[in-house]
Design a protein around this ligand. Sequence first.
Ligand SMILES: Cc1cc2nc3c(=O)[nH]c(=O)nc-3n(C[C@H](O)[C@H](O)[C@H](O)COP(=O)(O)OP(=O)(O)OC[C@H]3O[C@@H](n4cnc5c(N)ncnc54)[C@H](O)[C@@H]3O)c2cc1C
Length: 407
Amino acid sequence: MSIDLLAMATDPKAYVALHALLDEPAADISLTVRERDIRALTREVVSREVAPRAAELDATHTFAHDSVQALAAAGLCGLIFPEHLGGTGDTNVAYAVAMEEITAGCAATSLVFMTQMHAAYPIFIAGSEELQQQYIPGLLDASAYGSLGITEPDAGSDVASMTTTATPTAEGWSLTGQKTFITTGDRADVIICFATVDRARKRDGITAFVVEGGWDGVTGGQPFHKMGMNGSSTAELFFDHASIPRRNLLGEEGKGWSVVMGSVVKSRISAAAQGVGIARSAYARTLACLKMLYGNKIPDEHVFALADLRGKILQGRLLLHSTARLVDTDPGVTPGQIGVMKQSCTDLGFEASVEAARILGPYGDLAHIGVERCLRDAKITQIYDGTNEIQRLLIGRETTRSLKELS
Ligand SMILES: Cc1cc2nc3c(=O)[nH]c(=O)nc-3n(C[C@H](O)[C@H](O)[C@H](O)COP(=O)(O)OP(=O)(O)OC[C@H]3O[C@@H](n4cnc5c(N)ncnc54)[C@H](O)[C@@H]3O)c2cc1C
């Protein structure tokens, strides 16, 4: 089969054939049959419904609504949730595999896709049965869009210094404050909002709520114009004395910190899978472009560079799968272990994109080749879901703690 870049983006058969070349038996061997089936299904949907739209969404900054609806229609938005809430009860490994597939086809679509899960998950771990039934199925079939609202203009890495405040009322709470850089924030139907009930209590004042985007006092801002991930939207959220009924509390008042911590494990698997998916996309585009330029006589220096890239992508994928498996099987997985995966895999996405652009020379700069999009999309994965400096901090703390235990 001849592979050219235009065919790869628009012809599902060419897309699947090229990406099958990038499967690695050394990683596949530890996947279950079901996890491989999820990959095949996701790749097939991505080849038809996601990859062909990616360049256009990026160029026109159009929200990836149709792509996400197609993924939801295939039952892929609820992988890690139980069947009674509309999910499929699959593993975190299956989720990571699906995320890599979606990202390889369109990173921006994967950002909207993962945010549906990031909004549903806090309700799953901390919400009442009633809240779960009310909000989770809509997020999983994508009839509702969700957002996870943590970051504020003066509180992101330092989550505990958030100032959005929930003041007790007779019916529940009154919420006032501002969130920023919130994925899907401009159109969210369901917002997981973290606020403080008492700033002096720092972490012990943080409380999680489910807030509806249509409630009085809740407003989404205009989407920001960004460097990459242009098929997703990122916006401010404003809360002006919004009334939150008591039943929309997630967990207990003052116990929101544990909801944040429980949630970031999942969101860091998402970001890490994006890193591997972007690296793979950059590699696939490089292979296809070199084939167009040189046919079957690719110069040795490029073959060597491709060999390096292939090895690094395989290492990233193995780390992603094994850490996701740890999350599936070991409740004692630590922030540092998650951090090693998040930092390494997202650095991989960016560095592989830079390397792909180097290998291709001027072709790397051309929009239709898509490597420059990989580069623009990759940068933010190193920043959100806990910047990679924060991951190093978490990893470093565990290293120094274990060194102290030695003495
Ligand atoms: C496209 C996009 C989507 C996003 N989606 C969401 C979302 O859905 N929900 C949400 O809540 N947020 C979201 N964010 C926000 C994102 O998670 C934060 O911007 C990120 O965590 C960084 O936090 P900050 O903004 O406070 O930056 P800062 O913490 O101010 O970071 C600035 C720089 O300082 C460094 N730094 C900070 N503290 C330390 C430290 N202690 N040691 C060493 N270096 C440090 C950082 O690593 C970074 O390099 C999104 C952002 C973008 C751009």
